[in-house]
Ligand binder design. Structure first.
Ligand code: HEC
Ligand code: HEC
Length: 552
């Protein structure tokens, strides 16, 4: 079974695995690639290939679920664990996370029921009643194909919520976390100053070029947050969920497995930091620091995995290693691409700056200390492209640290990284009644996080609810804090509005399996682009470090 897949992949690994850096890899292994490609919602080869004929590479996941889990959560010193692979074979860990994200799950693996056996209850208390039931993350996040993109809608609210794309998600998490740290540092410094001066003092809350209003600190240690805007009084920026509800990708992954797929994850990281009376901070294998002294996190649906000690009958269906791999995959997930720029699209960008769009949709933001191991820059390069006009340049962001283990640590450089063409301030705004959201109980949500515009050229329909059919309509729907900006847009002559739309349409998503890259440049001008070696792809297996782990 899968002889083609395993034979080819092990060949390539023997060519390439001694090389620790991308540059050296490209030098040594640029010929004789093996491409392990895949499609949205992937099946497990072992479950569907009964007669051994499925030899189209990438048509299915090579490893059965048990082998994907391997030796479990573990640490950087226990071989075969997620803790080990993330630190010593990060490209493989990303790849495995991708396979798990796309994996079709079965009832035997624990998928379902949808919330409970009758699918009934109070939807305001339990949003999951309006979510799932899907059998894969990519059922809803699978456009363009093979990507962690956009897609499905859910009825967790009366007017529904649209599934956003997850391109660049790790950058969003890092920006929000760093901004939170800086906002809180301003507060701490203000408190110290107030003590020194013996009177209340007011400080501006401005971080990474974004203003969150003001804070007043007093010598008795109290803080007045009534002038804080765009973030809750705890100064924690929650970038996930349209209304700004969740801090970290990991909480979202555990939550989505539960709410969208009916699969309960046990997670030692989130269980530890949500344990009543917990005080110790825990760092996830992907490097997110959870500090229960500063924030409250979402407790996983099951924390008594082995024994069902609390007797609620809920047992773990998702191993923590799965959460580790998906978190690491999303941390490193490539950002959206940029399609062809012309004088007309450049005019569109200038107009957006002039009429105030970029006061909220902030174009660039800089991360101080980037935890990712690689960056993918995807641009319009027709001369190098095969299917879609795009070419992706992958560069690594890690250094090799030999700690005496059989495989060295590949440690993120943690350098600053400027996130370009992002177009968000990660702030919550009130865009007026057309964007307000009704809830089932009659209440309304009025504030939503500025949707980053990267990728927006690929993701119609628009708005958190998907109620705007195209870009022009969603811009015209802006009111409230964006009223002046919207009026300025409406008053532009049609050809100038067209320039803005034309620019937005260059902010695109792409199918990774069909986009040529420096890892698999394909064969531009090919007569038959069907095979992966001809059409090119963003292919990780050539970067794998540990050959005995085999194919993914
Ligand atoms: C049934 C459809 C569906 C499935 C399946 C699904 N999601 Fe989602 N996802 C959504 C929707 C809808 C949202 C937007 C939520 C909101 O704003 O209310 C979302 C949002 C997210 C976000 C937050 C993104 C942001 O920018 O706010 C993450 C992360 C995420 N999903 C990850 C996952 C993962 C991981 C899985 C698989 C375990 C998964 N999703 C499965 C529909 C789905
Ligand atoms: C006051 C802040 C603010 C200003 C000014 C503003 N926006 Fe927005 N924009 C938002 C927020 C918040 C959202 C998310 C709305 C939602 O879905 O709930 C959004 C959503 C969008 C979307 C939809 C994104 C998607 O994926 O659904 C587009 C497109 C957009 N804005 C373009 C513009 C343009 C063009 C301008 C200038 C004419 C502009 N915006 C001005 C805050 C702003």
């Amino acid at each position: 079974m899968n002889s083609f897949i395993s034979k080819k992949s092990s060949q390539t690994m023997s060519h390439c695995t001694q090389r620790w850096t991308l540059k050296r890899f490209l030098f040594v292994c640029a010929t004789g690639f093996y491409f392990q490609l895949a499609h949205a919602a992937l099946v497990d080869c072992n479950l569907v290939d009964q007669s051994g004929w499925m030899d189209a590479p990438g048509g299915c996941i090579v490893k059965p679920l048990a082998e994907q889990i391997g030796a479990g959560h573990g640490d950087a010193f226990t071989s075969g664990t997620s803790g080990y692979l993330i630190k010593r074979d990060p490209a493989r860990a990303i790849r495995r996370g991708r396979q798990l994200f796309n994996r079709k799950t079965s009832k035997a693996e624990g998928q379902g029921p949808r919330v409970n056996h009758t699918s009934s209850g109070d939807i305001v208390a339990n949003r999951a009643l309006g979510a799932g039931l899907a059998d894969s993350c990519s059922s809803c996040h699978g456009r363009p194909r093979g990507s962690a993109g956009f897609g499905g809608a859910v009825a967790t609210r009366p007017d529904s919520r649209d599934a956003p794309h997850l391109f660049g998600l790790g950058l969003v998490e890092q920006l929000a976390d760093e901004m939170t740290g800086k906002l809180r540092a301003i507060k701490e410094r203000a408190l110290v100053k107030a003590q020194q001066k013996g009177r209340c003092i007011t400080r501006k809350l401005r971080v990474k070029g974004v203003s969150f209003g003001k804070i007043k600190a007093c010598p008795d240690g109290t803080v007045d947050t009534s002038q804080v805007v765009g973030v809750a009084g705890d100064l924690r920026i929650r970038p996930f969920f349209s209304q700004g509800g969740t801090i970290s990708m990991r909480e979202f992954i555990v939550g989505a497995f539960n709410a969208e797929m009916g699969m309960q994850a046990w997670d030692p990281v989130l269980c530890a930091v949500t344990e009543p009376g917990a005080t110790a901070a825990v760092v996830s294998p992907a490097g997110f620091k959870y500090d229960p002294a500063k924030d409250t996190f979402e407790r996983p649906p099951v924390c008594d995995a082995v024994s069902d000690a609390d007797g609620d009958g809920v047992v773990a269906e998702i191993d923590p290693a799965i959460i580790d791999y998906i978190e690491f995959y999303l941390l490193n997930y490539f950002k959206p691409g940029l399609y062809e720029q012309t004088s007309y699209t450049r005019l569109g960008l200038r107009l957006m700056e002039r009429i105030g769009c970029t006061s909220c949709h902030k174009r660039n933001m800089t991360i101080d200390s980037d935890r990712r191991v690689a960056d993918v820059e995807t641009r319009y390069r027709p001369e190098k492209a095969i299917f879609n006009g795009l070419f992706a340049q992958v560069s690594t962001l890690f250094s090799v640290v030999d700690d005496g283990n059989k495989y060295p640590l590949l440690v993120p450089d943690r350098k600053p990284f400027t996130v370009k063409n992002f177009f968000s301030d990660l702030k919550r705004h009130d865009l007026g009644p057309a964007f307000h959201e009704r809830d089932y109980d009659g209440t309304r949500v009025t504030h939503f996080v500025t949707e980053p515009l990267w990728g927006v050229g690929s993701t119609a329909p628009y708005g958190h609810d998907g109620r705007s059919i195209n870009l022009d309509q969603v811009i015209r729907r802006h009111g409230g804090e964006a009223e002046t900006s919207r009026l300025a847009y409406q008053n532009l002559p049609g050809w100038r509005r067209g320039a803005i739309i034309a620019f937005l349409q260059t902010l695109i998503l792409f199918p990774p399996d069909d986009t040529a890259s420096n890892l698999n440049p394909g064969n531009p001008g090919t007569a038959d682009p069907q095979s992966p070696s001809e059409h090119g792809s963003i292919s990780l297996p050539p970067l794998f470090q540990i050959p005995e782990e085999g194919a993914e």
